[in-house]
Design a protein around this ligand. Structure first.
Ligand SMILES: NC(=O)c1ccc[n+]([C@@H]2O[C@H](COP(=O)([O-])OP(=O)(O)OC[C@H]3O[C@@H](n4cnc5c(N)ncnc54)[C@H](OP(=O)(O)O)[C@@H]3O)[C@@H](O)[C@H]2O)c1
Length: 266
């Protein structure tokens, strides 16, 4: 049985996962982080049958008091790195669900993980259908040198691009960088309209009411094209199974792994 601590357990994604962990056979939820519910019992907040699950408002106090084997962070990018590094320095393995951490953040996190002999599994999107999109897009990038990504989300999403798209861009450019036909020096007009170049691929973020979370990976060849698209619904349920799998698998390696498929059998 693994003891799990959730940073962000009262949020949209964290609370759905917390309910999933309470029902799971291999994981035990031993504590949670949330400033607004500090000092309360998470089981009451979740309305689930369980032993007392203490909620803390401060990560250092929490991890000093709780015996956790693994922490999952589902907070926001402004505090996630601090939570992750605090956990690693206490020899606690980490699953990262929070989006918005940069490549530089991950380089630092990997160093801290290795120096503590711990593991970090960072997953921009735990949904199975998104994991499949990543795999299919990587296969397509092997054969098609021109591709761009469109990241769709609701109007109040604070980070852009999403963690899902950051991870996808990183992974596609491990296959190859997308070709550029008109270099920036020759570009005429408003260059921002071409999107941002991220890890070697052009990324466009759309933030509008009526959208939840979707990703389109567009591949173009002369006279033919391929679109691989993923759409999430409005509940956090699709992320629960994948996050539980990540919590069970983290610790089976040292250092940093990115993407759920890195611990899945494909
Ligand atoms: N990887 C995936 O598959 C996946 C899926 C869904 C969401 N996400 C990402 O997960 C993150 C959380 O999303 P969400 O929609 O669940 O957010 P949310 O509903 O705003 O929840 C955030 C949680 O973090 C806590 N929190 C925020 N700031 C904190 C701080 N400074 N100290 C301690 N706790 C803090 C909040 O509690 P208090 O405000 O009470 O502190 C709350 O419990 C986002 O980055 C989102 O993009 C990833």
């Amino acid at each position: 049985m693994r003891n799990v601590f959730i940073a962000g357990a009262t949020g949209w994604a964290g609370s759905e996962l917390a309910k999933g962990i309470v029902k799971s056979e291999n994981l035990r939820l031993v504590g949670a982080l949330s400033r607004s519910h500090a000092g309360t019992n998470l089981a009451e907040f979740l309305k689930v049958e369980s032993d007392f699950i203490p909620v803390y408002g401060n990560i250092e106090n929490a991890l000093n008091e709780i015996k956790a084997d693994v922490m999952i962070d589902y907070t926001n990018p402004s505090v996630a790195k601090h939570n992750i590094i605090t956990a690693l320095n206490k020899k606690i393995n980490v699953v990262v669900g929070t989006s918005g951490l940069t490549e530089a953040d991950y380089l630092e996190i990997e160093k801290v993980a290795l120096s503590n002999n711990c593991s970090v599994l960072a997953v921009g999107n735990f949904a199975l259908t998104m994991v499949l999109l990543q795999k299919f897009a990587e296969m397509a990038a092997k054969y098609i040198p021109d591709f761009e990504i469109i990241d769709y989300a609701h109007e109040d999403k604070v980070d852009a691009p999403s963690g899902t798209v950051r991870e996808l861009a990183y992974r596609l450019t491990q296959v190859r960088e997308s070709q550029i036909h008109v270099p920036e020096s020759e570009f005429k007009g408003l260059k921002e309209t071409r999107g941002a170049r991220m890890s070697g691929v052009q990324v466009h973020a759309v933030r509008l009411p009526g959208y939840v979370i979707s990703v389109e990976t567009l591949f173009g060849l002369k006279d033919e094209r391929l679109t691989i698209r993923h759409d999430s619904g409005s509940s956090a349920l699709p992320y629960v199974k994948g996050a539980i799998l990540a919590l069970e698998k983290v610790g089976s390696f040292k250092g940093l792994k990115r993407g759920l498929d890195s611990v899945m059998d494909f």
